[in-house]
Design a protein around this ligand. Structure first.
Ligand SMILES: [Zn+2]
Ligand SMILES: [Zn+2]
Length: 305
């Protein structure tokens, strides 16, 4: 199970009723935040999710509407009692900007590690993160975040093969075990591969083939839609953003299950009214709303499990 919250839907500047675009993902007690513009901590406070559990912060790029909320957020995470390290990832140039911002948040009760990446993969708590380059006017990354699922454990096979009971749990978690000189491997007791859960997050970019790859079969694709009407396409091109329709074309090409549009221009006050632009191409499109939330579950997982 994985929870996603779109903390805000604004691009460029926060507005009285619209926080800047940021996204929080929770799984197995740990949280990951993508982007942190001015006021993101206010949106998170309204959502009521924990500050203390934020162990990873991913930045798409270093424009102010995505980073300026960092010092305040770090101080609030500290006030919430976190002492474990916080990892910060972003594209080239992240370390310099983050270190500068952190001068306004000295003496945190936890350590902060900053890593600049290109296209890569890493683990953040229970979540797997894959990064890919997108096309903005500064280095910018898109993110695919996955909660992988191990294949089903088959106790009958373990019993048949006489595998000692104490090896079952590590094997179930995908680890190889050696007991009394005998090696037991997970494939001896695990069944077919099972589909995990995936969220793709892209903002501040023109459409790219890397986005289609990153959002492939995603359960949820959160994508910028700076401009609603297709007439604004030349503006979108000029400022390296997208229209609703362009985002929907990506969602369709990727085979994503659901599209949430976000990062609206301050001039786009009622994104809902132009949603048809996206739905004509990709029917399962939604205009992002403040603190829009969704819980993703495995195919056979129920709300109670
Ligand atoms: Zn932006
Ligand atoms: Zn930008």
């Amino acid at each position: 199970m994985l929870d996603v919250c779109l903390l805000g839907t604004g691009g460029m500047m926060p507005l009285p009723q619209r926080h800047l675009t940021a996204c929080m993902i929770r799984a197995e007690g740990a949280s990951l935040l993508i982007d942190c513009g001015e006021g993101t901590q206010v949106a998170l406070r309204l959502q009521g999710w924990s500050f203390k559990s934020i162990g990873t912060i991913l930045f798409t790029h270093m424009h102010g509407d995505h980073v300026a909320g960092l010092p305040g957020l770090l101080l609030t995470i500290g006030n919430a009692g976190r002492t474990e390290p916080v990892m910060i990832y972003g594209p080239k140039g992240t370390a310099r900007v983050v270190r500068g911002l952190m001068m306004a948040a000295p003496e945190l009760p936890f350590s902060v590690e900053i890593q600049e990446t290109g296209e890569t993969e890493y683990k953040a708590g229970a979540l797997y993160v894959r990064t890919f380059r997108v096309d903005h006017n500064v280095p910018c990354l898109g993110y695919r975040v996955e909660l992988k699922r191990l294949p089903e454990f088959q106790p009958d096979r373990a019993r048949e093969q006489g595998i000692p009971l104490r090896a079952w749990n590590p094997l179930q978690k995908g680890n190889t075990v050696v007991i009394d000189g005998v090696t037991y491997t997970p494939d001896m007791v695990l069944g077919e591969a099972r589909k995990g859960l995936s969220v793709c997050y892209c903002t501040d970019t023109r459409p790219t083939s890397s986005i289609i790859e990153g959002a492939k079969d995603a359960d949820l694709f959160i994508c910028e839609g700076m401009y609603g009407e297709e007439e604004k396409k030349s503006r979108a091109r000029e400022y390296k953003h997208m229209t609703f329709r362009e985002a929907a074309i990506l969602a369709k090409a990727a085979g994503a299950k659901e599209l949430w549009l976000t990062h609206f221009s301050p001039s786009l006050m009622r994104p809902q009214e132009v949603l048809g632009e996206a739905r004509e191409v990709f029917p399962n499109s939604y205009a992002g709303r403040e603190r829009m939330t969704k819980t993703l579950r495995y195919d056979d997982e129920t709300a109670e499990s």
